[in-house]
Write a protein that binds this ligand. Sequence first.
Ligand code: DQQ
Length: 589
Amino acid sequence: MDTPYHHLHAPPYYPPLLPEEQPSDAGTPASHRKPFKGFAAILASAIFLLSLVALIINQTQKPLPSQNNIVPTSKPTSFSNPEPRGVAEGVSAKSNSHLLRNIKGSYNWTNAMFTWQRTSFHFQPEKNWMNDPNGPLFYKGWYHLFYQYNPDSAVWGNITWGHAVSADLIHWLYLPIAMVPDQWYDINGVWTGSATILPDGQIVMLYTGSTDKSVQVQNLAYPADPSDPLLLDWVKYPGNPVLVPPRHIGPKDFRDPTTAWAGPDGKWRLTIGSKIGKTGISLVYQTTDFKTYELLDEYLHAVPGTGMWECVDFYPVAINGSVGLDTSATGPGIKHVLKASLDDTKVDHYAIGTYNPANDKWTPDNPEEDVGIGLKWDYGRYYASKSFYDPYKKRRIVWGWINETDTESDDLEKGWASVQTIPRTVLYDNKTGSNVVQWPVEEIESLRQNSTVFEEVVVEPGSVVPLDIGVATQLDISAEFETELLGSGAMEEGYGCSGGAIDRSAMGPFGLLVNAHDSLSELTPIFFRSSNTTKGTNTYFCADETRSSLAPDVFKQVHGSKVPVLQGEKLSMRILVSHIWKTMSQGSA
Ligand code: DQQ
């Protein structure tokens, strides 16, 4: 790919695939198949040239492949503690051990497999552990991403702030670590924080420090040289910590300050997640100088039963707007999103509501869909998200941490853990008024190189249709579906995502099989399913990981949710495939 950037993090990890591994002829073109039972239009853009398979599925009854080619192996690992230490510290580390408890056996990973598992256009450090995105901002032409990073190992610990910059949110240049734990007030970790850009352009960075006594406090930092567009050096305020846990808050329940917003009185506000018993809460502080603060008596919001709120995010969205809003925007025509990352479940939840700047309280539009009990921000592996306002393109962008579901000992073997999502633009959904819409930033489209279009592809019930798109290692797929009811037209009640892609009903599943192995021994169906209820038709959008890997020590589940489909809307999906395994070269029906 022609690119003016010389610092793309991918090249050292992606040796070109061998020419003999290119796919052979796909057989009958999908568009020649009949009879008609479903229709799909698919645009698959190969991002880099190498190998691929994508199949459309409308239901396969094929038995699951045997997993007898798994060779159990004892792990050569220096790490023996089965519990992630972040949990012991009271924060989220990679927390799969509870999911993996009943899984026996391991997998004989090869270096080639580990190499393939590296992403190509999702951000990840060159090596070692990463978790939450921190303090994203746009400054003097560069997008900055900081992230929770362990420079010494592929497991959580010794948390510093990794730092990278990009001109387009896609190609990243790694920079030196921005902040390390070197003071009594952050010696146990420079934890999550957020940036606030003041009207005069100054950057204020607030972050949580875990002290020498493992107490969570809030600290202030700022760039040493504001004229440096790369913001290489950071100064910790000598008067740190600027906030300690209030008396009624546990010393380990006080973390992750948000970006601040200015109220009508000119004072800045910020909110910090916590809990009282089992009630998740968000404390509000006011400040004029970011050094001294006043804690308000009332919380921004509280939801019983939701537990500790981590990484709270709070920002305005415009009703009927097509651009993002700066964090201090308020007034008519503006709603506010409140997001909390639930420590107990490791899920990001949000709700839309109304913020009252007079008393700094937020009220959900629909109390039945309140934060933590209603909408999730994402229905896959996703946590600790954080947004920022991009003044250059007038949009709000959200980052999230994807913690893959293998084990910590696998991470030690492969030498790294976790990736960030593709940054997403977020807007209020003007059509439903009840949720936000998110889309990968437009810059991702600049990676498209070749494209193949399939129109009027017919997918019979129970069939899998191969789509031959030539060779590629990365894909950006857009697909649109039309369906036709068979038989009496009656649809069963109650089908959601939970049964996975083999759970068949009159209207689904139908969708795409991605990362499918030649033999279909590994594949990941991404699909729709509709069902009737007494209140109307429900449509679910799901991803079934249960056959995505033969490795037994990878936790696999079916993700997904009901999605609002309005009158006249088509069912469409966008799939970004960051890296395709080289033996996955051809599909079969
Ligand atoms: N990760 C950070 C904490 C935060 C948690 C520590 C969320 O500040 O609460 O690495 O993943």
